[in-house]
Unconditional design. Structure first.
Lengths: 159, 190
């Protein structure tokens, strides 16, 4: 057996549809026996947020950001046709009809398939997100860690 | 309608991409090398997906049967058969066998799995998967020349040895076999 291939995805966007695409590709790549890493940065970090409110000490700006950004994968909006939150409700109905997996389930599946979920610590600071607010058992890293994975990677995506 | 005997049937009906592949991969981990899995899916993209996936992961995609909305895909788990040393002495190649088809003294014995046989086999050949040979060898006529085929020539080598042990004298292993067969073929499925 040859050396395992790797897939590295940067999830920059915090849109439900874009995150879904990222996680579908990641799960597919894991089935291809790739070592898969999703590197969450900027708005992509919101996909990793816990749904519940986590009490952490924050400054004023951090609180503002924390309050305005969606809390968790299920709360993300659409990149197109969001219609103040109606869009996501509609698309979730359509997805149910077609048996497509909702984003939170895709994330669970990704964890089950041992996909590395990485949060970018620099942007966490910028957006005022604390580790306690993100899902358990994810990794924390910076650009060097991403590059180390990506320079020998076979598939590299920025979503 | 055709049913093809397999070692495992995976129900992925109603599931959307990427689930059929993800489930197949999981099911494959529980199979032994050489075993055949049937994947039932309704996702229209699953055929192209499974073909590509099987190719990339070294498994042998056998074919797909469409029954209404359901796609039944057949994949054989890769085995290490490419590496073994062949021991049966009497060996011939595909072309020689092709020239002998129609001779009434010639029997073509296909020792691949039933699903492999179903999708593509030499017309008139007898299907007897290697695992069944031990118990079913008596069905064969010892007076005929038995040409044993499989996909690459390894399972047929083991089968030829087994038949020789059982007292068959005119047993010839065909190398490589179906993977490189260019002659006529027959299929039990549409």
């Amino acid at each position: 057996m040859s050396e395992r291939k790797t897939t590295n995805i940067i999830l920059f966007s915090g849109d439900y549809d874009k995150a879904m695409a990222a996680y579908i590709i990641a799960n597919g790549a894991a089935a291809y026996d790739h070592d898969v890493t999703i590197f969450h940065t900027f708005w992509g970090l919101n996909a990793l947020r816990k749904e519940e409110m986590v009490p952490v000490k924050k400054g004023f700006m951090e609180k503002m950001f924390g309050g305005m950004m969606p809390r968790g994968a299920d709360k993300l909006g659409l990149s197109n046709m969001n219609f103040m939150g109606m869009g996501p409700k509609m698309i979730k109905g359509v997805m149910k009809k077609h048996n497509a997996m909702p984003l939170p389930d895709l994330i669970d599946m990704a964890r089950e398939q041992e996909i590395n979920l990485v949060a970018c610590t620099m942007t966490m600071d910028l957006l005022g997100l604390h580790k306690d607010e993100l899902l358990e058992e994810i990794e924390y890293a910076g650009v060097a860690a991403y590059l180390a994975d990506a320079e020998n990677g076979n598939v590299n995506l920025f979503i | 309608m055709n049913t093809i005997e397999t070692n495992f049937v995976l129900d992925a009906k109603g599931l959307a991409c990427p689930m059929p592949i993800v489930k197949t991969k999981k099911a494959m981990n529980n199979l032994e090398a050489g075993q055949v899995i049937e994947i039932q899916a309704t996702d229209k993209g699953s055929k192209a997906d499974l073909q590509a996936w099987a190719k990339s992961s070294g498994h042998d995609y056998l074919g797909t049967i469409e029954e209404g909305d359901v796609l039944k895909h057949f994949v054989r788990k890769s085995s290490s058969e490419e590496a073994v040393e062949r021991k049966h002495e009497s060996v011939t190649d595909n072309d020689t066998l092709a020239g002998k088809l129609g001779d009434e003294n010639v029997v073509v014995l296909d020792v691949r799995e039933k699903a492999e046989y179903a999708f593509k086999h030499i017309p008139g050949s007898i299907s007897m998967p290697f695992g069944e040979l031990e118990t079913r060898a008596d069905e064969l006529n010892k007076d005929k020349d038995i040409y044993v085929v499989c996909r690459t020539g390894n399972r047929s080598d083991m089968a030829a040895q087994l038949l020789a042990e059982k007292g068959f004298t005119n047993v010839i292993n065909v190398v490589p076999g179906m993977s490189d067969w260019t002659g006529d073929v027959e299929s039990n499925v549409k």
